[in-house]
Structure formats: C-alpha cells, structure tokens
Ligand binder design. Structure first.
Ligand SMILES: [Zn+2]
Length: 106
C-alpha cells in the first residue's frame, strides 16, 4: 500500500508552473503531490494526470529521494524537460490502468 499526500496551493508548484509557463501544475517530491491552481478534487478527477504523478512517486521510491532528484535534474539538463526519460516513462504510465492499485490519497 502506498499512501500519497496531496498538498494544495503549493508555492513550489507555483514556481515550477511559472518556469514551465503552465497554468496549473502538479509537482511531486517524495510521496507528496503538490498542486498549484488546481484543487484536490479537480486533480483526482483527471485519471491520466493522477497516473502520471503517481508514476513520479514510484520513481522516487525506486531510486531513492536524493538520487532521483539529481538524476531527474541531469536528465532535464541533458535532454530537456520533454525528453527527460522520467517524463517519457510517466507519460507512458498515463495509460497504465493498474498503476493506481494499492495507492491511497490522504
Ligand atoms: Zn511529469
């Protein structure tokens, strides 16, 4: 069982949204999904989006907190955000109907 925390009105997510010129934003750090400009309810209704962010939570778990952050930033630096392999994987997982099994949100 994986418990994921959702935090609304996140300042970090707001900064990320500004950087990526995106209206609403979800940013994962560890097992917390931080939201900007989207409510918890709106986010949870968007299954593809939820699967995408849960994939990032699992990437954190698989690599370890710091190793994942360093590796993610290196990927982004080398290949750009859109071609970062963690983003490619998360985008693929948007179609994974099993990724939310055993996941609960609080
Ligand atoms: Zn992503």
């Amino acid at each position: 069982m994986t418990t994921i925390r959702i935090k609304e009105n996140s300042l970090l997510a707001k900064c990320a949204a500004r950087n990526l010129k995106s209206g609403s934003m979800a940013l994962v750090l560890g097992s917390t999904i931080r939201l900007h400009n989207v409510t918890r309810e709106e986010f949870l209704k968007d299954t593809k989006w939820v699967r995408h962010e849960v994939a990032h939570v699992k990437q954190f778990q698989q690599k370890g907190y710091l190793r994942f952050i360093v590796s993610y930033l290196l990927e982004t630096f080398n290949f750009g955000y859109a071609h970062n392999r963690y983003e490619l994987e998360a985008r693929k997982k948007e179609r994974d109907q099993y990724i939310l099994d055993g996941v609960e949100f609080n």
